[in-house]
Design a binder for this molecule. Structure first.
Ligand code: FBP
Length: 254
């Protein structure tokens, strides 16, 4: 569908993707922020000046701040979310916004977290199924944050388990799947292979040294992934645009 490919072409540039994520205020709480990056305007400007190909946020931030940045960075609206106060055993991410709201806010994709393997997996799969079908009607691409998590998941970083989560995203109709890096390039190759036509991107994770983060980025790309959806490793740094430039060099080669 033309709408879907038009929107995707804004997020995937020369076959590569670099999304800035700022939903941590909901997912982790304000303790992730300092006095500068707690202000959404500060992070919107990083998305714009850094040339990110997408900005993933919740609807409250979009409604109150996105107006001033219209047309700058493609908006990716997260449609579900949770806090980390609730127990991880039966982890569940609740729908908090609709595809229609995403369309009204001018989004170029919707984001949805699936905790693969959670005792609540069936509910989340069902809710995503309805959202994915509606997104297709609007020509709205879907990006799944596919995280193995909860009571039955022995090791969230096991490459085979992450590969299973990535495959679920393909099977459930996602266009792009975001996963956690399993720690090795070889392990990540399995993830990319499992996802096939679903584009794989890596999360940034908690803040690393420049050296370690750039090493991880090189491994992610060498494994055949399309790029990153990164948050803390960019906006928690003193110079977010410097690391962005280095990251873009690795992802886009310029
Ligand atoms: P980071 O790069 O900061 O890790 O952000 C990526 C992200 O997926 C966010 O979109 C989300 O808020 C968070 O990580 C979820 O992290 P967790 O693994 O703690 O649930």
């Amino acid at each position: 569908m033309i709408g879907e490919s038009t929107r995707l072409s804004r997020i995937i540039k020369n076959g590569k993707i670099l999304i800035l994520a700022m939903d941590q205020g909901l997912e982790h709480g304000p303790s992730d922020f300092n006095e500068k990056n707690i202000d959404p305007d500060y992070v919107f400007k990083i998305a714009e000046k850094g040339g990110f190909t997408g900005f993933a946020i919740q609807k409250g931030i979009a409604q109150k701040y996105a107006q001033n940045y219209a047309g700058k960075t493609p908006l990716i609206l997260k449609l579900n979310g949770r806090t980390n106060i609730n127990p991880r055993e039966d982890v569940y991410s609740s729908p908090v916004a609709s595809v229609k709201e995403a369309v009204k806010l001018g989004a170029d994709a919707i984001g949805y977290t699936l905790y693969v393997g959670s005792p609540n997996e069936a509910i989340m799969f069902n809710e995503f199924g309805e959202i994915q079908a509606e997104a297709k009607e609007y020509g709205m691409p879907t990006i799944v944050w596919a995280y193995p998590r909860g009571h039955y998941v022995k090791n969230e970083k096991d490459p085979a388990t992450i590969a299973y989560a990535a495959r679920c995203a393909l099977e459930l109709g996602a266009d792009i799947v975001k996963v956690n890096y399993p720690g090795t390039q070889k392990g990540f190759e399995k993830v990319v292979s499992a996802a096939q036509k679903c584009h794989v991107i890596s999360s940034g994770g908690s803040k690393l040294s420049d050296k370690d983060f750039l090493k991880k980025a090189k491994e992610v790309m060498a494994a055949g992934a399309k790029g990153f959806a990164v948050g803390r490793n960019v906006w928690q740094r003193n110079d977010p645009l410097k690391i962005t430039k280095e990251l873009k060099q690795i992802i886009f080669g310029k």
